[in-house]
Design a binder for this molecule. Structure first.
Ligand SMILES: Cc1cc2nc3c(=O)[nH]c(=O)nc-3n(C[C@H](O)[C@H](O)[C@H](O)COP(=O)(O)OP(=O)(O)OC[C@H]3O[C@@H](n4cnc5c(N)ncnc54)[C@H](O)[C@@H]3O)c2cc1C
Length: 691
């Protein structure tokens, strides 16, 4: 579009635009180059303040962010840079994409010698770092890797015992045994306990007979099943004949079984198994999802993954866990690694999208003061509003997922009940919160890049489509957030029964005692910048909101349950419960961000991280302004001050936006979008179009 303000044009619309521009321009706008040391266009001022941010060293910040994972991620990036034959083209058919994705994974393992499966066991944080880097190459590759190592491989080593590890580890590791994780059925996804596939023990032959009793029990959406898988971990109800009441059969609940699905030599589908293709999807087409039906397929008794429950030769069931529910919880508890990986990889996707959108917004110039050069679109307050809190959130999520990975790694070593429970809830909450945020942000980034954001080569289309399902698989986000809410209510109940709170939620102990007392009418009016930027004020505000939501929903649930019963009352309060879960997760994210700022050894880096953290915190507080105002936690003058400061912080972060995205340390080879190149973006773009 042309500049609408050519000199001499005095149509009413143009005059109005001129007036508006005068409102947002300020003659003494400082150049961001004086701030960040780069030759950029002058930033538009925000109010009358100047954009003073200390110089930041990209190298220091990148080092602090990626730490010890940098080396392995660089190995992944370098390998794919050296192999153009493995790059996913912008346009590719489903069949070709599936084959390419399998070649990418095989080459990574066999040619580059990166063996992710070992890290699943020995050093999960390295595994997640590889998986994030692989997702940067192609999200399908990251997911295909997750299916092989975290789901299929993870189920064998976490739900099985030594005999399974001995037999399958090498084949999974070197990809001789590509496999699937077959839990979901046509009629049951989130409700895993409702699965209908059966595994009936036959004491005569010492085998299990796996059967799909009806169409609703067909295993659906199973990754690696349509083309490449040779084995599947299949979740089925374990049925023991003659062990039930009155000599009938007993249903022991959902268990996992290893089932060979294709011949190791010929790759033909094995007898009794029917496999069909789930077909072309709206994204992730490098992964071959298929549907599986079993017609009384026989497998040896040894193929039961028997860590939490076993069947003896004479058909007797043994388990160290007393009930079906406890065994089910233990089984699912071992599978949280997939969720941790998705949260982590989702941040990786967000980093790529934000990098492209910010770089392009710095480069792109539209409109400007009369007779002056056009300004960069990132100098518009509206563009800052779209992208700067998102950039701040990306940093916040980065540190939160590092924390999650650490907790997960500790839990894998200790296996303590409390750690297992904490990681279960934390991974559910962070996966749900982050993937939902990233999914929305991908659309915002596309829109922030205007028409050029719509070109497939600029990545937002594939990123958005490939990432979208992160919200659903490994647990639907709405269902996962309810697990967080359940845990919080459990803690709340225990607190009032005199119990102790587990480590992760310990802030609630304090908050329920202090934050829920009447808001302090004095502090509700404090509006000075040093107070608003005080981490104590910010954390208190987040925690107050969580505590208030927890207390009020507990009261509502009790009130409604008398008339509606437990299920009805839960449903009556469902939106309230989801808000509570999100609020709690935000409290955790902020707490971890504040810790990471405080632990940063380099002064300038710490200073810039503090700025980003303040923006994250105040943007959220402003977002929930209605709640804070309703409770008089924040007086009108303070609300106004928060809003003003949030806009100012966005403006300041804009001054170091280039450095902040550079510190994600993503080579151009990985971001790939011509408009997001670190230099000569337009030249790359025109070249792509054939000029
Ligand atoms: C590309 C892809 C790959 C997959 N790969 C695998 C795989 O390899 N192995 C495997 O086993 N599965 C796989 N899945 C299946 C995936 O795990 C399920 O789709 C997921 O668990 C959700 O189940 P569902 O689709 O049946 O949704 P449903 O559970 O039917 O949910 C549908 C909607 O109902 C809502 N809903 C459901 N229950 C509740 C509730 N209690 N409260 C409020 N709202 C509710 C949800 O929020 C959602 O919006 C894959 C799916 C896809 C699309």
């Amino acid at each position: 579009m042309d500049d609408p303000t050519p000199d001499g044009d005095s149509s009413p619309a143009v005059r109005r635009i001129r007036q508006l521009l005068l409102h947002i321009r300020h003659p003494s706008a400082p150049s961001p180059s004086s701030v960040a040391g780069e030759g950029q266009l002058a930033a538009l001022p925000c109010g009358s303040r100047e954009n003073k941010v200390a110089a930041v060293s990209v190298a220091e910040l990148a080092q602090y962010m990626r730490g010890r994972h940098r080396e392995i991620q660089e190995r992944v990036f370098e390998f794919f840079r050296s192999r153009p034959d493995l790059q996913t083209p912008v346009e590719i058919s489903t069949a070709d994409h599936r084959e390419l994705c399998m070649r990418q994974l095989t080459a990574l393992v066999r040619d580059a010698g990166i063996r992710p499966f070992r890290y699943v066991l020995e050093d999960p944080s390295l595994y997640f770092a590889i998986s994030e880097a692989a997702g940067g190459i192609d999200i399908s590759l990251g997911i295909k890797m997750g299916v092989q190592y975290s789901l299929w491989g993870g189920s064998v080593i976490n739900l099985g015992t030594k005999k399974h590890r001995d037999k399958y580890f090498d084949g999974i590791d070197n990809l001789d045994y590509p496999g699937c994780f077959a839990m979901t059925e046509l009629h049951h996804g989130s409700n895993v306990q409702g699965l209908q596939t059966t595994a009936t023990f036959d004491p005569v032959t010492d085998e299990f007979v796996i059967n799909t009793p009806n169409d609703g029990a067909i295993k659906w959406w199973i990754g690696n099943a349509a083309v490449h898988g040779k084995f599947a971990t299949v979740f089925a109800k374990l049925i023991l004949p003659l062990q039930g009441m009155g000599g009938g059969s007993a249903d022991m609940g959902v268990h996992a079984f290893i089932i060979p699905i294709r011949d190791l030599e010929t790759h033909s589908v094995l007898p009794g198994i029917e496999i069909n293709d789930c077909g072309h999807k709206i994204g992730l087409n490098g992964v071959d999802n298929g549907a599986l039906r079993f017609h009384s397929v026989r497998i040896p008794r040894d193929n039961l993954l028997n860590r939490f429950g076993d069947v003896s030769r004479d058909g007797k069931y043994t388990s160290s866990l007393p009930s079906i529910n406890k065994r089910f919880a233990a089984t699912l508890g071992e599978l949280v690694g997939g969720r941790v990986g998705l949260a982590y990889s989702s941040v990786g996707v967000l980093k790529i999208a934000v990098t492209i959108a910010v770089r392009y917004s710095l480069l792109r110039q539209q409109f400007g003061p009369p007779k002056k050069p056009e300004v960069s679109i990132l100098d518009y307050q509206s563009q800052q509003h779209k992208l700067m809190p998102m950039l701040a959130s990306t940093y916040a999520f980065h540190f939160a997922t590092l924390y999650l990975v650490d907790k997960y790694s500790e839990m894998k070593k200790s296996h303590e009940d409390e750690a297992v429970s904490d990681v279960h809830t934390l991974s559910a909450g962070l996966k749900a919160y982050i993937t939902s945020y990233t999914a929305k942000s991908l659309s915002t980034c596309r829109e922030a890049c205007g028409g050029h954001g719509y070109a497939a080569v600029n990545r937002f289309g594939t990123l958005r489509n490939d990432h979208d399902i992160f919200q659903t698989f490994e647990g639907d986000n709405t269902v996962l957030l309810q697990q967080v809410a359940i845990d919080l209510l459990k803690q709340y109940k225990e607190k009032f029964q005199g119990g102790t709170l587990t480590a992760t939620w310990s802030y609630l102990r304090e908050s329920m005692a202090s934050y829920l007392s009447q808001p302090n009418p004095l502090t509700a009016r404090w509006e000075r910048e040093d107070h608003l930027r005080d981490p104590k004020f910010q954390l208190d505000a987040f925690r107050y909101r969580t505590s208030r939501l927890l207390q009020t929903v507990a009261v509502r649930l009790q009130k409604h349950s008398t008339r509606l019963g437990g299920f009805g009352a839960w449903n009556r309060c469902l939106n309230h419960l989801l808000t509570l879960a999100e609020s709690h997760i935000e409290s955790i994210i902020l707490a971890k961000f504040i810790n990471s700022v405080q632990s940063c050894p380099d002064k300038n880096t710490r200073h810039v991280l503090k700025l980003v953290c303040d923006l994250y915190a105040l943007d959220r507080i402003w977002h929930y302004n209605g709640t804070y105002r309703n409770d008089d936690y924040v007086a009108p003058n303070k609300a106004k001050a928060i809003h003003k400061l949030t806009e100012y912080l966005s403006f300041q972060v804009r001054g170091v936006a280039r450095e902040l995205v550079d510190a994600f340390d993503l080579p151009d080879y990985v971001t790939r979008a011509p408009i997001g190149m670190s230099s000569e973006a337009y030249a790359h773009y025109t070249q792509y179009a054939g000029f």
